[in-house]
Design a protein around this ligand. Sequence first.
Ligand code: AMP
Ligand code: ZN
Length: 461
Amino acid sequence: MTEIRLHNTKTRRKEVFEPIDPSDVRIYLCGPTVYDRAHLGNARNVIMFDVLFRLLRHVYGPDHVTYVRNFTDVDDKINARAAESGREIGEITAETTQWYLDDMAELGTLEPTHMPRATQYIPQMIEMIEALIARGHAYAAEGHVLFAVESYAEYGALSGRSVDDMIAGARVEVAPYKRNPMDFVLWKPSAPDLPGWDSPWGRGRPGWHIECSAMSHALLGASFDIHGGGNDLMFPHHENEVAQSCCAHPEGSFARYWLHNEMLQVEGKKMSKSLGNFFTVRDLLDEGVPGEVIRFVFLSTHYGKPMDWTAKKAAEAEEELEKWALYTSNVEASKSIPSEVIDALCNDMNTHSALTALRKLAKSGEFAELKAGAEFLGFELQVDAGTQGAYDKILQSEENRPKIESLIERRATARKERNFEKADEIRAILTAAGVSLVDTADGGVTYKLEKDFDPAKLEGL
Ligand code: AMP
Ligand code: ZN
């Protein structure tokens, strides 16, 4: 079996991935809060998990991987959006959910196996909170239910913090009903005009973290394989998920491997509304940046490194994808995925190396393999009619490469033999055919095709 290695945040090491049950590999990604369009940064872990999903399906079989990504459709940001816009909450969440699905589809991501909405799992959340209270890990106070962080000795292990350090460094609101300032909300009371559900603690709504614990348990069980999200979610969100899940279901171990992606920046700066470099995936698509180009730029940086979105990268990605599309337009994809691509992904999903492998295949003219590898990475490589001219030129360049290179070599040999007449004659032929010679830094010679390139004239010798 192909060996996959992943950097596990839990151990801070690259580890061989061993699924709990190879016939049902189970992964969970924290999904969006649905009150607005996804910004570009939000797409990063969706693409990361899409590649993971594709790789696991390849290794364990398409029917043997379960991928869950939730929608947070109960949240104070949604309530605020409804209040300021005068619209119904349900209308906002339904609209935003559909936007999200459309935008992510344009980035070439496969739909997860399950996409649960938090509001569909309120009974499971209440049940879990009751279990936490019964086991002494949570307490009710003034209509709230709080998780008692001191009741769980491992609290802070995932993000590598101690409760004391957290208290010292935190600017947490110290509510009077909290026994410890780091205790976090599982349930809170809801005013009559806000969404609320009946519970043993009165009418209320869940805190943010409990939904992922309840939904992953319902759909993946008490132990599952991989959990992920942006590294900004490691604390407190993921730390709190671990605490809730492990304390409510001590028979399980929750997620065995944790994958965290680094943040996206724009032109070297943090993406933020105040810097004016904040944009949504849809903004880019509307500007005419194809979804595949966005995907390509994301894949060119390993998920564990900060990644910079630049207009230059997008332009280069577009050019490269166009070239690959042209090379492969009349080619049938090879049946097997190139091993270099799979090997790169098996090495902690090194998408950067996977793209390098595709680039090599393009260069060596292995177009059937290129197509298979590109499709595996989620690129459809469509040629649009407008690029036909470019296509012809690239094909000519590829087809004539051996002939041109052989002429260049013969010229070099002639020069070495001090047969300058011959060397000049070859150069003249190349020039007449529209091939200009370019000296390279290492003392060699390469070439470039001019607009008036005419391969027939290469035959002049
Ligand atoms: P938020 O928009 O803060 O609710 O985050 C939703 C998801 O997007 C989370 O998984 C975050 O980790 C991720 N995320 C938010 N901002 C960025 C960013 N600039 N780069 C990468 N991921 C991000
Ligand atoms: Zn979550």
